[in-house]
Each structure stands twice: as C-alpha cells, then as structure tokens.
Write a new protein. Structure first.
Length: 449
C-alpha cells in the first residue's frame, strides 16, 4: 500500500497547498476576492464530479488504466499551471489537475474495498485516512513555505513527484480485462451539469443557477428511473445502509471541512497569524489523526464499520464542542482541543467507506464508491461556503455555547458549536435508523427499504 499512500499524499497536498497562496495569486493577476475564489471553486467542483465519473468507469475499465490516466492528467495540469501567463489559463490548469487528481482518492478507496479481504479492509482504509490527515496538516505549512521562499507557481511542481509512484502502482495493481457495459452518456451529462451548477451556485451565491441545477437534477432522477442501464442505479439509494451512510457522510465530513476552512480565518482574525503559524496550530491535529487513523482502521476490522461511525461521530462532536469552548484562548490550547476533531474525522474516514462498500452488490462497487466520494467532497464545498457567508456577516451578540467565556470570539464559537450539534444529529439519526443493529467486522450488508 506504500505507493498508493504516497500518491494519495501528493494528491491531497495539491488540493490544500494553494489555499494559503490565494492572496499572492490575487496580487499577481490583480484580482478581487470573488474572482480569485475560482482557484478553489473550479478545483473542488471538478474534483467532486471527477470522483463520481472515475468510480463509474471502474465498473467496466481496469483500475490500473484509470489511475494511470488520472496521474497523467494531474501532471499535465501541473506543467500548464507553472507556465500559465494569465488567469484563465491558470484556472484551466487547476481544472485539468482536478480532473486527474480526482482519480486518486476515489480509486484508492475502491482498491481497498475491492482487492483486499474483508478482514483487512479497515486497516487499509485506516492507512488512507492517516495519509489524508498528514497531507492536510503538512499542506498549509509547505504551501506557505514554498510561496514565501520561491513563488506560488512552484506549488505546481510538487505534484510532479507523483510520476515516481506510477511504475510501482502499475506493478501493485492486478491486471484486469475490460468489462464492457452500456455507458449512460445522457445520465452522466445530467448529473455532472446538475451537481456542478449546484456547487457553483452555492459557493458563488448564484440563486438563478441554483434553480437551474435543481431542474437538471430532476431530469437526472427521471432519467435513472426510466432507462435500463442508468448512470447511477436507483437501487443503490433503496439500500438503507448505503443511503443512511451517505447522509451521515455529508453531515459529518462536511462539517469537518468547515472546521478546516474556518480555523485559519479565526487564527488570522483573532491572533493575526500568518500561513506558517496557522499551519503549526493545525499540524498536531493532523499528525494525531495520522497515528490514530491506523488504530481506527484496526478497530473497524474488529468492531465493524457501523459501530465505528458512532465512535468517530462521538469523538468528532466532543472535538467541535471543545473547539467552540476554547476559541479565543491561547493558540496552543486551541491546537490541543483541535486534535479531538481530527481524530474523530480519521475514524470516520475509515468507517464510512467500509460501511458503504459492504452494503452494495460487487458489480456496483465502482459507481457506489464514486458516488460516495462525490458527496464527500461536495459536502466540504457546501459547508465551507455557508460558513464563509456566516463569517462575512460579522460579529453577533448571541452566544450559543454557554461554556464559552470569550465574548470577542463568540462568532467563531457559534460556528463550531453548530457543527457539533449537526454531528450529534447525524449520530442519532444513524443510531435510530437501525444501522448499527448488525455489528461485526463484516457487518454492513444493507437491505432495501
């Protein structure tokens, strides 16, 4: 799994490094905030949709071929971005990067669930979760250092290191014969355009585009109900375990992405921290998640994915509540409590895909995991956008968390408190839905409802 972990590391790194370079990019091209935000928006939207498409293709095309294609596209985008002489070309480079990079996490989870035995699935997913956490923690520090010491353009060159892993990945992955299937191109266009328009509408605050996206998605729902080989089989969402796990994924992981978005803004606003200091505050949580991700993966194999979802949600909720209480205290104190949120998130990153993959028939594994990945990344974009609008509104006189002693930080405290409540709601929903009634390492077989 080492070549896979290294590839995931650089793929995730590519996504988070650029966040700290946004001000420098805006300065280079003379952009206002709403314009430069497309560096993130274009990447996130393409990444989420790409994960779905790669997952669908993996049901008929060998994973080895798809990962190779993804890495080639990722690195072509990196070269284009390094030499981009204008802003539209830079955005095109980020889209090309995302269209290739989306293959890595989506297919990595598929590799873990398809090619490893049931008793080892959790551990492999734990390694993936740990790798993602390390990259998320190292990314801001590395991005800030490279931007300050060299130039933001050199961030594109870091991704070229993934080419070194390609021969090892091809040797590791099994050779497969293509399994020709009917590809619902119309359904693909509908879901990609519908979700894409919805994500852009949410992140950019475009109401009309949001309404258009709902019409397109209604057409997609009609499409999958009426054709014999739909892009996403509606049967998947009739499996209670799969459907409920997707809902929990959106509510829990989306909130954690929101924490990752709000924390740098909070540290900059309250403490005047730069990119390096912010990275150092977030780094202990990322490293703790890396260590506990492997532990959590082993616990998934022992307790079962469904029970570990509740464990992860509990730790995550406690972490968000502790963060809500500690906002405004010394940065070191906040860094310590942030560890809990990261650890809970790492447990969920092992347990959620394990449960999803165990709930569905093998012939639908690819598109099911791709759909999971789409919701995973889309939820992050949605939560970050909503939190951004809340923070734009400015300070409030209301304090939601009675344990928070810092009135000057109540806006951020309220954000973390609401995220904690959302995680609790997700856990209660998952428990009351009966999803945890069949624990065990191999549990997770869904049932239609």
């Amino acid at each position: 799994t080492l070549p896979l972990a290294v590839t995931i590391f650089f793929s995730v790194l590519n996504g988070v490094m650029f966040n700290v370079a946004i001000p420098e990019i805006a300065s280079t091209f003379g952009l206002i905030p709403s314009q430069v935000s497309w560096v993130m928006t274009a990447y996130m939207v393409t990444f989420a949709l790409g994960a779905l498409i790669y997952g669908k293709l993996a049901d008929s095309i060998p994973v080895k071929r798809l990962i190779t294609t993804g890495l080639v596209l990722l690195n072509l985008g990196s070269v284009l971005g390094f030499f981009a002489g204008n802003y539209p070309l830079l955005i095109a480079a980020r889209v090309l990067q995302a269209s290739g990079g989306a293959a890595i996490p989506a297919l990595a989870m598929l590799v873990a669930t398809r090619y490893f035995p049931q008793e080892h699935k959790g551990r492999v997913l734990g390694v993936i979760a740990a790798t993602v956490s390390v990259a998320a923690g190292v990314g801001p520090i590395m991005g800030g250092f490279i931007t300050d010491a060299l130039h933001w353009r050199f961030l594109f060159l870091v991704t070229l290191l993934t080419l070194c892993t390609l021969p090892f990945l091809r040797a590791m992955l099994p050779s497969e014969e293509p399994r020709p299937k009917v590809f619902d191109l119309i359904g693909c266009v509908l879901i990609v355009s519908g979700v894409g328009c919805l994500l852009v509408a949410v992140t950019q605050g475009l109401l009309t585009l949001g309404l258009v996206s709902l019409i397109i998605l209604a057409g997609f729902i009609y499409r999958i109900q009426t054709v014999s080989d739909p892009f996403i089989h509606p049967m998947l969402f009739k499996i209670a375990s799969y459907r409920n796990t997707i809902i929990v994924t959106v509510l829990t992981t989306g909130g954690m992405f929101g924490v990752m978005f709000a924390t740098p803004i909070m540290l900059s606003d309250l403490w005047g921290m730069g990119a390096g200091g912010i990275g150092l505050v977030m780094f202990p949580g990322a490293i703790s998640a890396a260590v506990m991700g492997r532990v959590g993966g082993g616990m998934v194999d022992t307790l079962g994915g469904k029970r570990m979802i509740l464990v992860g949600a509990l730790v995550l909720a406690i972490g968000h509540l502790a963060s809500s209480t500690a906002v405004g205290s010394a940065p070191g104190v906040f860094a310590a409590v942030l560890v809990l949120s990261y650890v809970g998130f790492s447990f969920l990153q092992s347990a959620l895909p394990h449960t999803v993959s165990s709930a569905i028939p093998p012939e639908h594994t690819g598109v099911a995991m791709g759909t999971y990945s789409m919701f995973f990344f889309s939820s992050g974009s949605f939560f970050a956008s909503v939190i951004g609008r809340v923070l734009d509104a400015g300070q409030t006189e209301m304090t939601l968390n009675p344990l928070s002693p810092f009135t000057e930080a109540r806006l951020y405290s309220n954000v973390f408190f609401v995220l904690a409540v959302i995680v609790v709601i997700a856990a209660v929903f998952f428990r009351l839905s009966g999803a945890t009634s069949s624990g065990g390492a191999a549990s997770g077989g869904g049932h239609a409802s």
